[in-house]
Design a protein around this ligand. Structure first.
Ligand code: BTN
Length: 325
């Protein structure tokens, strides 16, 4: 019964999002439910922050949606077949969406399930670093993927995430670049990080969680002092507030396309990464645990590994933190 109510609200949100003005009677007919059920769904959406004008008699019209990444706001914005239609879990707060998504995946969550939070209390990046996640300011989401890939190809998924963020930024006129292996930079400052975690056997990835954290509407003062000088957000870059649900939809639409491409034409992703790279052509230092190697970032190879020219020759690096020197 409750599920039925949720489905009605979702369908109603979709119809209103398309811009229709619809009477209660017409809605009841199209949705195949009673007028009382339509009324309940409208009130439920209003409680979530939807500004719905009108009444059953005069017809309902959507004036505005809330700035919340709930299913009723997001699913109507995603094209058919897009990641997110596999399942949508919205959490007002959580420790880490990657942790929640991994739990759901272990419990059988479908490929394409998205877990998104308004804030994270323990958002994490690579190497145990924290990802600061102030409420309502950013995009903190994790996608459950079940790719037909071996674990050594896991980097493909990280690259999909980073490309998708660059696409969503470019659509807003933000000149974003890729910092190998998992960051998106604007004017040299970090706007996004991607954290891919997976469970696999030697041959096959069972589940991969692609976690994407984007500073969308974060204000300069919200960054903690230790990252203030090296972080940015879409809002800081553009000088105005960004429509977070629209940004999220644009990102997931792009991610779906890159994911499909990563499975059958990964070299195309690498080629695009070369063109979008902030790393290539620079003298860099790559730190991986206790190991450090310095050289000129020459290229990405066909697996997406970084090719460096060091004092001892040309070498290939598969992981690490890059810093310009
Ligand atoms: C990095 O900077 O090294 C990666 C940052 C990844 C952050 C995202 S936010 C959503 C998801 N949940 C997490 O705990 N981490 C990722």
């Amino acid at each position: 019964m409750e599920q039925e109510g949720r489905n009605t609200a979702l369908k109603l949100a979709g119809m209103l999002f398309r811009g229709d003005t619809l009477s209660g009677e017409r809605l009841a007919e199209v949705l195949g439910v009673s007028r009382a059920a339509v009324h309940k769904a409208v009130e439920g959406l209003r409680k979530k922050g939807f500004d719905i004008q009108g009444s059953a008699g005069s017809g309902y019209r959507l004036n505005a949606q809330p700035d919340l990444l709930v299913a009723e706001v997001m699913l109507p914005r995603l094209p058919e077949g897009c990641l997110g239609h596999g399942g949508w879990v919205h959490l007002p707060t959580t420790d880490s969406t990657n942790t929640r998504a991994a739990e759901l995946a272990r419990g059988g969550a479908a490929h394409g399930t998205v877990v998104v939070a308004e804030t994270q209390t323990a958002g994490r990046g690579r190497r145990g670093r924290a990802f600061v996640s102030p409420p309502g300011a950013g995009l903190y989401l994790s996608v459950v993927l079940r790719p037909p890939l071996s674990p050594r190809d896991g980097f493909r998924l990280t690259l999909c995430g980073a490309h998708a963020v660059v696409d969503a930024c470019e659509a807003l006129g933000i000149p974003a670049r890729l910092k190998w292996p998992n960051d998106v930079l604007v004017r040299g400052r970090k706007l996004c990080g991607v954290l891919t975690e997976m469970s696999a056997d030697m041959e096959r990835i069972h589940q991969a969680i692609v976690g994407i954290g984007v500073n969308v509407n974060t204000q300069a003062a919200e960054f903690p002092p230790e990252v203030a000088a090296i972080a940015t957000s879409a809002r800081v870059e553009l000088g105005h507030v960004v429509d977070r649900p629209a940004f999220c939809a644009s990102l997931l639409t792009a991610l779906s396309a890159w994911y499909a491409r990563a499975l059958d034409d990964f070299p195309a992703l690498v080629q695009r990464a070369r063109e979008r790279s902030d790393t290539l052509g620079r003298r860099v230092k790559v730190r991986d645990g206790h190991d450090e190697i310095a050289g000129e970032a020459l290229d990405l190879d066909d697996d997406g590994a970084l090719v460096l020219r060091t004092g001892k020759g040309v070498t290939r690096v598969v992981s690490g933190d890059v810093e310009p020197v």
